[in-house]
Every structure is written in structure tokens, then in C-alpha cells.
Design a binder for this molecule. Structure first.
Ligand code: MTE
Length: 351
């Protein structure tokens, strides 16, 4: 276990045991899943509490609201046996078969390492993710540069099993480990002018060969964004792990966004900057091809990509003989949870 997660585990007590070899993990999945739902309920008030931090703005300061005692939300203190499926917030889990770990970690999009699906697994190995810090700036009272440890410490990890639908019309089902983005954002006390959140990925050409490519069209760093309402939605997750393990580099270590009702390109990897802004941020794919990739990028089977249909998707792993084509669902199956966010919005125009 890396030193960072050792420290994190020591503060939290639970994650060390949750980071379990996959076979054990699979057997324990149900228990952890039940426990996680209860843990989610327990952590929110603590994470949203007034941090009362006076040192914000300094470089590499303690995260506002960071707790060092780790009290109050140890999953061990919760009666997780009582947290049956009936208590799980709807939409946090799906019973669909999980995508095998080997597919989820070898068929990736992470253009910083190359454009081939196998490039990230091959070339992300040498990315150094320790130490890691995140700059928080813009329309918030608590801004600065924060160590990853301080960002993670107050949050209890939970498991979410989400569908991931790529704009390229393939999909997977992934068991993420993480915590709600909204609980983290609250700790920075966004001002009333904050209407959007902008995210930026690491730019380090020495370790990211895709950023050195002379033929690339992307203007690095990779940038994504959400409205504040989307960012604060309980389904929106900051993931630090998957399948009961740490996030592999190719999947966006050490922390990435997961927005399950949007096309996968919104789920930005290896985040180093979070900015609160009044204006809608310019985002990587939208800048590259605005008529193909909108800011909202909500999964929508009724709005096709100009070059292909979005009505269906290939559920990976798929092959020529077993394409595993399934119908794409509105908002990737999360309409009951997020539909209200877009009431009155023309989804054809705001694709
Ligand atoms: N984040 C960064 N920084 N760079 C990328 O190229 N690709 C996006 C998204 N996040 C991408 C990124 C796309 S297109 C998809 S579909 C998902 O990551 C894929 O996530 P996965 O490789 O974990 O399945």
C-alpha cells in the first residue's frame, strides 16, 4: 500500500480493509455496499460542517474542514447489517453484471497517454502520483493548494456501482470507490457567484507521452466542467478507487470525477485544479468540435452524434460475434434522479 493511502487508512480505519484483493472483494461486495449507503448518510453533515478555517489561501495548507480525529463517521460504528438493499439510495447501485476488471483497466480513454484504447494501460504505469496536490481557486471563500491527503481525510469512502456510457457508443458497469463531490466542494465555501465548476487534469509531458505528440489536436491540459447543481448532485462522485482497489493510473489516479448520467468524457481523470466560476467554462471536447460535443453531454438516445447513432451501445466486453448491443437509456438510466435538473431545457440544443 502506498504511503499516502496508509496515512489515509490510519485516519479513517476503514479503507485499509475495504481495499481488498478482488476475489475477497467480490464476496464482500454486498456487505460493503450496504455499509456504504449508511456511511454516506453519516459523513455528509461532518463534511459540510463550517470549517472555520482561517489559514485558507496559503500554499499547501491543511484542507479547510479537515478532521484529524476521524471521529463520528467510522463505518465500523455503523450498524451496517441493518443497511439492506432497501435502504440504499435509488440509483447508487445496479445489479447489472460488472465489467471484468481486465476490460475496465485495459480498454481506456486517456489521451494524455495516447489515442489507442490500449495506450493508457501501457504508458500510464510510470506516472508519478505522489505527492499530489489540487489547486482550488475562483469563486470560493477557501482557496489555495491542498495536499491530496487533506482533501481525502474527512471523507468516508463508499462504493457506487454505476453504468459508464462513452460518447463512442460503448459502455461498462464499474464498481467505484469514492465520495460525493458535493461534500468536498462544500468545504471550500463557494460564493453565491459560483455557477459552474471547472476541472483540470495534470499537464506533465515528461510522463504523459500523448502531451508530447506533434500530431495531437488537444490543447492541454484536459478541461471539463459542470454546473453547480450538477456538481452538488448526490450521484456525482469523486473516485479514488474501483473494484475495491486503488484507481489504476490509466483510470485516473489518484482522483477523478464520475458523472454517471453524462457521456464518459465529462468524467475527467487525474484532477489537479478545481475552479469555481461565474461563467460556463470552455471544455476540451467542446473546444475541439463544438457541433459534436456539447457542454452538457447528457446521455440521450434521442440526440445522435453527427457521425453515429446514440440509440444503442455495446456493453463491453463485446466482439464481432457477440456484440452485446443494448438500448441506450435516457440520462444513462438515471432520469429519475437527475431529470429535474434539466426541466425546461431544450436538450436538443443543449446537447
Ligand atoms: N480524462 C482525461 N484527463 N483525459 C481523457 O482523455 N477521457 C474521457 C474520460 N476522462 C479522458 C478523461 C473519456 S472519453 C472517457 S469515455 C472516460 O474518461 C473513460 O474512462 P475509463 O478509461 O476509466 O473507462
Amino acid at each position: 500500500m502506498s504511503s499516502r493511502f496508509k496515512q489515509f487508512a490510519a485516519g479513517q480505519k476503514i479503507p485499509a480493509s475495504e481495499i481488498t484483493p478482488e476475489p475477497v472483494y467480490r464476496a464482500r461486495r454486498e456487505i460493503i455496499a450496504g455499509l456504504s449507503a449508511a456511511a454516506a448518510m453519516a459523513v455528509l453533515p461532518a463534511a459540510c460542517a463550517d470549517p472555520g478555517d482561517k489559514d485558507a489561501g496559503a500554499v499547501a495548507v491543511s484542507m479547510p474542514g479537515a478532521r484529524t480525529d476521524g471521529a463520528a463517521h467510522h463505518a465500523a460504528e455503523l450498524d451496517y447489517k441493518a443497511a439492506t438493499a432497501a435502504h440504499r439510495p435509488h440509483g447508487f447501485y445496479t445489479d447489472e453484471a460488472l465489467t471484468p476488471y481486465s476490460d475496465a483497466t485495459r480498454y481506456n480513454n486517456f489521451y494524455e497517454f495516447g489515442t489507442d484504447k490500449t495506450d493508457p494501460a501501457r504508458y500510464a504505469k510510470n506516472l508519478s502520483t505522489e505527492p499530489w496536490s489540487v489547486v482550488v481557486d475562483g469563486e470560493a471563500e477557501k482557496t489555495g493548494t491542498f495536499n491530496l491527503e487533506d482533501i481525502l481525510r474527512p471523507h468516508t469512502l463508499e462504493e457506487r456501482i454505476y453504468r459508464l456510457r462513452c460518447v463512442e457508443a460503448w459502455s461498462m458497469v464499474i464498481p467505484w470507490i469514492g465520495f460525493p463531490l458535493g461534500a468536498m466542494l462544500e468545504r471550500f465555501s463557494p460564493t453565491s457567484r459560483a455557477r459552474y465548476v471547472r476541472f483540470e487534469t495534470l499537464q506533465r509531458p515528461s510522463e504523459m507521452r500523448g502531451q508530447r505528440s506533434k500530431f495531437g489536436t488537444i490543447d492541454w491540459p484536459y478541461v471539463e466542467g459542470l454546473t453547480m447543481a450538477e456538481a452538488m448532485h448526490p450521484l456525482t462522485l469523486i473516485a479514488t478507487g474501483m473494484y475495491g482497489k486503488h484507481l489504476p493510473n490509466q483510470n485516473g489516479a489518484p482522483l477523478r470525477l464520475v458523472v454517471p448520467w453524462k457521456y464518459g468524457f465529462k468524467s475527467i481523470k487525474s484532477i489537479v485544479r478545481i475552479s469555481f466560476s461565474e461563467k460556463m467554462p470552455r471544455t476540451t471536447w467542446n473546444l475541439l468540435a463544438p457541433h459534436e460535443y456539447g457542454f452538457y453531454a447528457n446521455v440521450n438516445p434521442k440526440v445522435d452524434h453527427p457521425r453515429w447513432s446514440q440509440a444503442n451501445e455495446r456493453r463491453l466486453p463485446s466482439s464481432l460475434f457477440n456484440p452485446r448491443r443494448i438500448a441506450t437509456q435516457m440520462f444513462n438510466g438515471y432520469e429519475a434522479q437527475v431529470g429535474a435538473l434539466y426541466k425546461g431545457l431544450d436538450l436538443k440544443k443543449n446537447f
